[in-house]
Write a protein that binds this ligand. Structure first.
Ligand code: NAI
Ligand code: MG
Length: 333
């Protein structure tokens, strides 16, 4: 039995979370949940955006499933996502992008996994402004260790999951130092995996190639800013932000989440689509070594996606969140 910290989140968070926990219960998945909320709902109830009880739970479980969180706008509120990434050194942002029958997309046969470095680069938080000169510097700090860790994670994943190719996206032709560190890491680590094809691509060309022929990519690895942009581009290839998932992974902790927000416009109305959160929960099961449970639920989800009338409104159907969840349960083999 695995113990997992469950963060229901704000807005539609509790509705899509209930769909996932209902499906897990029906499928008898060996997971027990420790529920602790964060974000706006938590802040309004207890004055805490990121309660200590949640952090204590995560310190122990080292794995969480997280619904969308609203960070209140205003001074003094740090992004909860960034706080968690830094506290647990979640240096990998892993974003699979896969076309799925039943989910509209311009492409077929896209099946790639993007590894974005999650803690360094232009998002290191090193920013300076010289008032007198009117000059702003945002420092992109990249370390040899950081580059090695993310590239190694991408190759280890490719190796473990039988993927054939790793593409490293960079701008080393212009960023002679920071870009080169990443490229050097790619050259060095790819040599340890002779059975995996390795290539590097300059980021602007990479964007064009992704749009023209995304089927050619398998595992992609890149630095923080490029990865942020590429990950949404890849979401656009397979149906948009509403159906893709992400994981923030470190050496000894991982947080799995839907990448969409709390959808305040439809919250509380039973209209939310739980697909993205369910897919992140399935990625979590893979991480926990529960591959068979993950595959069984994924098969039921994919079967459901082929029944247009059983889907939620955003996918063109008429079903409520819980009706959609119950169709998935009925489709469990
Ligand atoms: P959003 O993703 O919440 O909503 C954009 C549009 O997509 C809305 O029309 C919404 O109804 C729809 N939508 C999103 N998820 C859906 C689902 N599962 N099923 C059906 N329709 C869905 O983005 P928005 O409106 O920009 O942000 C709302 C709040 O969410 C903000 O407070 C923002 O800070 C927060 N947010 C949190 C994130 C996180 O915790 N990972 C990520 C993005 C936004
Ligand atoms: Mg982003």
């Amino acid at each position: 039995m695995h113990t997992v910290t469950l963060i229901p989140g704000d807005g539609i968070g509790p509705e899509i979370t209930k769909a996932v926990t209902d499906i897990f219960a029906a499928a008898q998945v060996p997971v027990t949940w420790e529920e602790h909320n964060a974000g706006l709902t938590s802040f309004e109830a207890s004055g805490e955006l990121l309660p200590q009880a949640l952090l204590d739970s995560l310190d122990k479980t080292r794995v969480a499933l997280k619904g969308p969180l609203t960070t209140p706008v205003g001074k003094g509120f740090r992004s909860i996502n960034i706080t968690l990434r830094q506290k647990y050194n979640l240096y990998q942002n892993v974003r699979p992008a896969q076309t799925t029958p039943g989910i509209k997309s311009r492409y077929e046969n896209v099946d790639l996994v993007l590894f974005r470095e999650n803690t360094e680069g232009l998002y290191s938080g090193l920013e300076y402004y010289d008032d007198r000169l009117g000059i702003a510097d945002s420092v992109s700090r990249v370390t040899v260790e950081g580059c090695h860790k993310i590239v190694r994670a991408a190759f280890a994943y490719a190796d473990k999951h039988g993927r054939k190719k790793v593409t490293l996206a960079h701008k080393a032709n212009i960023l002679k130092l920071a870009g080169k560190l990443m490229l050097d890491a790619g050259k060095e680590i790819s040599a340890e995996y002779p059975h995996i094809t390795y290539e590097d691509k300059i980021i602007d060309n990479m964007c064009m190639q992704l749009v023209i022929r995304p089927e050619q990519f398998d595992v992609v690895v890149t630095t923080n800013l490029f990865g942020d942009i590429l990950s949404d581009l890849c979401a656009g290839l397979v149906g948009g932000l509403g159906v893709v998932v992400g994981a923030n992974v470190g050496d000894d902790a991982a947080i799995f989440e839907a990448v969409h927000g709390s959808a305040p416009d439809i919250a509380g109305q039973g209209k939310a689509n739980p697909t993205a959160l369910l897919r992140s929960a399935l990625m979590m099961l893979q991480h926990l070594g529960e591959k068979d449970h993950a595959t069984r639920i994924e098969d039921a989800l994919n079967k459901t996606l082929q029944q247009p009338e059983k889907l939620t409104g955003d996918l063109g159907g008429k079903a409520s969140t819980s009706e959609f969840a119950h169709t998935i349960i009925d489709n469990l083999a």
